[in-house]
Design a protein around this ligand. Sequence first.
Ligand code: SAH
Length: 221
Amino acid sequence: GRAAALRARMEERLLGARFRYLNQQLYTGSSRDAARLFRDDPAAFHLYHRGFERQVRRWPERPVQRIVRYLRRRPASLVVADFGCGDCTLAASVKNQVHCFDLVPLSPRVTVCDMAKVPLAAEAVDVAVFCLALMGTNLQEILGEANRVLKLGGTLLVAEVASRFEDTRAFLRAMTQLGFKSVSKDLSSSYFYVLEFTKTGPARPGPAPGLRLRPCLYKRR
Ligand code: SAH
């Protein structure tokens, strides 16, 4: 009856509020803080993922599908690392060998770790992917890790929410300093950008001030 409907609506609201709070924590702390948060409270992780799913379902296209299409156009022999793989949609959709990294295993394919320190040897992969996963404030360290595991000439793919880019040119300039040359930008979706880079060499040390993304905070609905 009406009481049950009201309770369901209240629960929905509460879940929404907890999701937005967790999401904010992920975007305003370091990747280590995120690892600690989910290690201490795995239930929070599952709640976060339910909220994430609900958000991206509203979009006309899931960014991971762009990554899937990109990989299908290239040789299946390319070895891939998926940083912040979520439910491993990418690995499940391509023939490539995909190393899946996330904080909690939503799938048995996942290697649990902080993306700032993945258990791969240097220059082990051809393609590194961050699909809606550049969340921590230590972006330079995270992208430095991607640089480390990528072969020279390898590809870095970044799909991120469009509104997170406050100064795309400054961001791309900072990426150069991290050893990544921009080779293509797909800005066609109003929801997200897909940026493709090539690794030109190791990351140069020193600050990369343009390497900033706004947190992606969701509105209450
Ligand atoms: N790439 C997937 C999931 C995106 S959601 C997709 O496109 O569907 C972002 C993912 O990054 C979440 O699964 C979250 O747990 C993960 N993540 C956030 N911080 C992380 C960290 N420090 N190390 C590893 N994974 C992290």
